[in-house]
Design a protein around this ligand. Structure first.
Ligand code: PMP
Length: 382
């Protein structure tokens, strides 16, 4: 059987057009982007062009783009950078209960180290943050609020514009991890009033190991760097720039901004076909998360009575994922699904499907057959 990759939210394949943009930088060009000679200036020009595209993808300013080694670092820079530079009268931080580990664990670490006081914002059973829940926790002592744009496990979208409005009214900074949303649906940080936004290359068919934190002028002055050195990236991220990676992130951002509308429409049809077919072929299929407000490429499905890990190993070579994570030898259920009120059992029966730019109808039809067979096999063994 053919391999089918339905794990785009974990990492999307590199677009050949992105590879083309990166190849000359990797193969033929030399120079440090900080050098003043013509070689260095050529590298700097490639970086500047990428800055425009990354800013364009999220509605930010090119001068507000700080290139990092991915969204994990961007999230760390936002939270730890803000905490380190915090004024004494703003010791509190709010993060949602469904954030990626790079936000959730960073916030927890800051709290355990006594650097901030942390409050976790709960989510509705549909998996999104209610702006009223943020408002309840906000106060003049809050430094920063972090709520992701779209959840990586369920695809559920948060009302980040309404949340940003409340956060700004309280004088706090709003950080939004847009890693999964950027490139899939329109995102405009200026219109929405977000202060800091994280993005990642390998989620948008760009290279891995490169991303950015995009900030307003004011927000960036309120951060301390994580990495000290030569003062690159406005002093917020020292280190000679990864020019090929940055050129790749820029090209991926440009293509994603140009094509996200048509791509989302196409991928949404395939995702709906997958969900509808599984629902009609199998009994007791439940979708996790509010299906009326989620990314077009993602479905998180519970197959009642079928352990998700067993389903996954029975449907190889169709690649999907479960939200469970191994830590210290024990398997934990997805924190996202548990925060939405699912039992551990229900969480362990849930599978995430995430589609993308290169997913075809033939692949979806193959996946439907493989998943339906796997679920039936696992259920019959129980
Ligand atoms: N935030 C979200 C929502 C993610 O899905 C991921 C990747 N799984 C990250 C942050 C981390 O991104 P990176 O791999 O670029 O560090």
């Amino acid at each position: 059987m053919r391999e089918v990759y339905l794990d785009y939210n974990a990492s999307a394949p590199l677009d050949p057009r992105v590879f083309e943009a990166m190849a000359p930088v990797l193969a033929g060009e030399v120079g440090n982007a900080s050098s003043v000679h013509r070689f260095g200036r050529r590298q700097a020009a490639a970086v500047d062009e990428a800055r425009q595209h990354v800013a364009g993808l999220v509605g930010g300013r090119p001068a507000g783009v700080v290139f990092t080694a991915g969204a994990t670092e961007a999230n760390n820079l936002a939270l730890r950078g803000a905490a380190e530079a915090a004024p004494e009268d703003r010791p509190r931080m709010l993060v949602s209960a469904v954030e990626h580990a790079s936000v959730a664990r960073t916030a927890r670490w800051l709290s355990d180290s006594g650097v901030v006081k942390l409050d976790v914002i709960g989510v509705t059973p549909g998996g999104f943050v209610d702006p009223a829940a943020v408002e309840e926790l906000l106060g003049p002592d809050v430094l920063l609020v972090s709520v992701m744009a779209a959840n990586s496990e369920t695809g559920v979208l948060n009302p980040v514009g309404e949340i940003a409005e409340r956060v700004r009214a309280a004088g706090a900074m709003f950080h939004c991890d847009a890693t999964q949303m950027a490139g899939r649906t329109p995102f405009d940080m200026a219109a929405m009033g977000a202060d800091l936004v994280s993005v990642s290359g390998h989620k948008i068919c760009g290279p891995g190991g490169v991303g950015a934190l995009v900030g307003t002028r004011h927000a960036l002055t309120r951060l301390s760097p994580l990495i000290h050195g030569g003062g690159h990236e406005r002093g917020l991220r020292s280190g000679s720039l990864n020019v090929a990676g940055i050129a790749g992130l820029g090209a991926a951002s440009r293509i994603a901004a140009d094509e996200r509308e048509s791509e989302s429409a196409r991928v949404g049809v395939l995702r709906d076909r997958l969900v509808d077919e599984l629902d009609s072929r199998l009994a007791d299929v439940h979708q996790n998360g509010d299906a009326s407000r989620r990314l077009p490429n993602t479905a998180n499905i519970r197959f009642e009575g079928a352990d998700a890990e067993a389903v996954m190993s029975n449907m190889d070579p169709v690649a999907v994922s479960t939200g469970s994570a191994c830590s210290a030898g024990s398997i934990e259920p997805s924190g996202v699904l548990v925060a939405m009120g699912l039992s551990h059992e229900a969480a362990f029966e849930s599978v995430r499907f995430s589609l993308g730019r290169f997913t075809t109808e033939i692949e979806i039809d193959a996946a439907i057959r493989a998943v339906a067979d796997a679920v039936e096999r696992v259920r019959s063994m129980a």
